[in-house]
Design a protein around this ligand. Sequence first.
Ligand SMILES: Cc1ncc(COP(=O)(O)O)c(C=O)c1O
Length: 370
Amino acid sequence: MNIPFVDLKLQYRKISEEVKSSINSVMESADFILGQELEKFEIEYANYCNTKYAVGVDNGTSALELALRAFNIGTGDEVITAANTFTATASAIVLVGAKPVFVDIEPKTYGIGPGNIEKAINSRTRAIIPVHLYGHSADMDPILLIAKKYNLIVIEDACQAHGALYKGRKVGSISHVGCFSFYPGKNLGAYGDGGMLVTNDYNIADQARMLRNYGQKQKYVHQIVGFNRRLDTMQAAILRIKLKHLDSWNSARRNHARKYSEYLPAENIILPIEEKNANHVFHLYVIRSEERNDLQSYLKSKGINTGIHYPVPIHLQQAYDYLGYSKGDFPLSEKIAEQILSLPMFPELTEDQINYVINTIRKFFGKNPI
Ligand SMILES: Cc1ncc(COP(=O)(O)O)c(C=O)c1O
């Protein structure tokens, strides 16, 4: 068997007729930039997240960057985020001229450790960016309490967690702003790049709309210096179709995760956890093993493709050398980076494929097949 880590072709085959007809209608109408399909998608996505506003941008990194800019966060400011996130969370902070300040994670779901945040706050701190990593929400209540105490902005990096819940609320809607990526492999993925910023704050949405479109509301009236960071109308048309399937795709992911967790050998590996107050959407199904590298090579030799998210914590990446961090600063982030392994996960995985992954892992650890 050859099992891909993600298979986007299968999903396309199921929705191809709808997608083709909606691409065709954008072409026919020649409504390519900030078109009606984008406006409709923004309304639908805001409704999906239970927020008042949604602003489509060209990718998740831009969503984070424009959210920071909308709050006037920039040079001289510090922004706190998790040491185990994807580089884009940190690069968005750097792109606005601010300084990323990393903190270690909590051991259960690998979200930013609320207990570590307060120690990192000083007079320059302006915001916290919790990351809903792998599709599981960060523990938002203590984070919001700290933010309130120190008067900080909270921007959720929900790029991996479309549809995930925290205490019954959609992630992205819990703080000042939520940022999403529609990179093709995400739970809601475009056929190219895309992103979205959601908020209940009119002024922030307004500012983000101007920033993504040359700083204008009215053509050739530039109130601020802006960018060209719009979500492509064609991608919005595709995403409107895919949004209708998101909940059922997420529940398929949850079923696959349940099966993995039931039969993988919990005595040999650490399985992912879902907190009681959360609804995990399993963008990634991440296990931990001290024998990670051998296990990954073994799975590869048996045709099973896996990933590591992420192999080097962000504070140890060369790009952030200038911040002066060193090995040992965030022990948990560093430890899990050597142990984590993301198993194949996409809605269209079959029962046979899941059983094959489970039995191959069981065999590696000398266990009988299921
Ligand atoms: C946690 C996280 N933040 C930010 C991003 C950036 O999104 P994009 O690739 O759409 O710029 C991603 C996805 O790649 C991500 O996983």
